[in-house]
Design a protein around this ligand. Structure first.
Ligand SMILES: NC(=O)c1ccc[n+]([C@@H]2O[C@H](COP(=O)([O-])OP(=O)(O)OC[C@H]3O[C@@H](n4cnc5c(N)ncnc54)[C@H](O)[C@@H]3O)[C@@H](O)[C@H]2O)c1
Length: 344
């Protein structure tokens, strides 16, 4: 079996999830070749800890012939440029969320990947959960009847120190937005993954409690393509912070996800399927951004490997990855213009 060599660009917090996820896929031929960071010391430190090569920068890593796939773990505003460069060099790419910060950049990336025929895996690790898959099947299979309302509430707590420490966090150029683009994208992505595409949005966004350039609190009304209504709320300024809550309701039933646990399931004539159970989350990222395990990342790396070996599509390619970015940028446009926005 041919080894699939991985390289990681960006040696900060999320890099360690990618390192563990690649290791978990060693039996399928995944191997970490090296890491790079614009801060040479950060790359050297992580490379020494992991026993791999420290590249002098992104360019050297991307051009290394031993590297087949590049994980992009840098601040969000750098994803587009690095991902396009890697795709043009013929590398498969794994890009952290958000994939890009603008629709134009997303379209450029899609074109570059199509041209080079490389596989893309955009990280949205919650999609891999069995519970989420079961909820999606129930909604898509018509078990809930006509879908009426879908919501994602993400009322989180991040201190001012969290923003000050990161440097890039909370900036327009590098974070691209605040509570919704950075933290809330996970719940919004699940909502549109389960309920379907969003047709129009009407939003309010404010910076109420943090000294940042972007919103720390946002609320948006959504109209889905299937006619259902819904909302998304996202804040990073409420103490102590609450578990992410997604509610999907139709004429025949309702389901509530708290984090990835099924907290409520009541559907006429369709009990909770065997093998699933009701539960409450034991930990959540409402006040601790690192409180999640590596399982989702490992499954997405496994999915990329399978697509590379067998030639099929990935679970969350760059066309899928652009969907949540398109909804979020439309929500920002609505909040700025104080008017509804129809998503093209
Ligand atoms: N999937 C998740 O749940 C999840 C969780 C946390 C972060 N993220 C995402 O991961 C990305 C990184 O976040 P983080 O918390 O690890 O950030 P971080 O600040 O901890 O690390 C970023 C690293 O990238 C380096 N860097 C910056 N610009 C670079 C460039 N042009 N080339 C090479 N290296 C560069 C920095 O020096 C730093 O070491 C963000 O897009 C974030 O949204 C995803």
């Amino acid at each position: 079996m041919k080894t699939i060599g991985f390289g990681i660009i960006g040696c900060g917090m999320i890099a360690s999830w990618h390192i563990r996820a690649i290791k978990e896929n060693a039996a399928s031929g995944a191997a970490l070749v090296g890491v790079a960071d614009s801060n040479a010391e950060a790359a050297k430190k992580l490379a020494a800890e992991t026993g791999v090569k420290a590249f002098s920068g992104a360019e050297e890593l991307i051009s290394c012939p031993d590297i087949d796939a590049v994980c992009i773990c840098t601040p969000s505003g750098t994803h587009a440029g690095l991902a396009v460069a890697a795709a043009r060099a013929g590398k498969h790419i794994v890009v952290e969320k958000p994939m890009v910060l603008t629709v134009a950049d997303g379209e450029k990336l899609i074109a570059a990947c199509d041209k080079s025929k490389v596989k893309t895996e955009i990280i949205s690790q919650l999609r891999t959960s069995e519970n989420v898959q079961a909820v999606k099947r129930a909604a898509e299979g018509g078990r809930l009847g006509k879908l009426v309302y879908g919501s994602a509430d993400m009322k989180f707590y991040r201190s001012q120190e969290y923003y000050d420490k990161g440097g890039w966090r909370g900036t327009k150029a590098m974070d691209g937005g605040g509570a919704l683009m950075n933290q809330g994208i996970h719940g919004l992505d699940l909502l549109q993954y389960i309920v379907g595409g969003v047709k129009s949005v009407y939003a309010k966004a404010k910076t109420l409690a943090r000294k940042i350039e972007v919103e720390d609190t946002l609320s948006a009304v959504l109209e889905f393509e299937n006619g259902a209504l819904g909302h998304v709320s996202a804040t990073t300024s409420v103490y102590p912070g609450f578990a992410r809550r997604i509610e999907i309701s139709g004429e025949r039933g309702s389901i509530v996800l708290e984090e990835n646990e099924i907290a409520f399931w009541d559907i006429k004539g369709y009990p909770l399927p065997d093998g699933l159970k009701l539960g409450r989350p034991s930990q959540n990222t409402s006040s601790n951004p690192a409180a999640f395990d590596v399982r989702g990342h490992a499954l997405q790396i496994a999915d990329l490997i399978e697509a590379v070996r067998k030639g099929g599509p990935t679970l969350n390619d760059c066309v899928e990855g652009l969907k949540s970015v398109k909804i979020i940028t439309s929500i920002y446009e609505s909040a700025e213009g104080n008017s509804p926005v129809t998503i093209k």
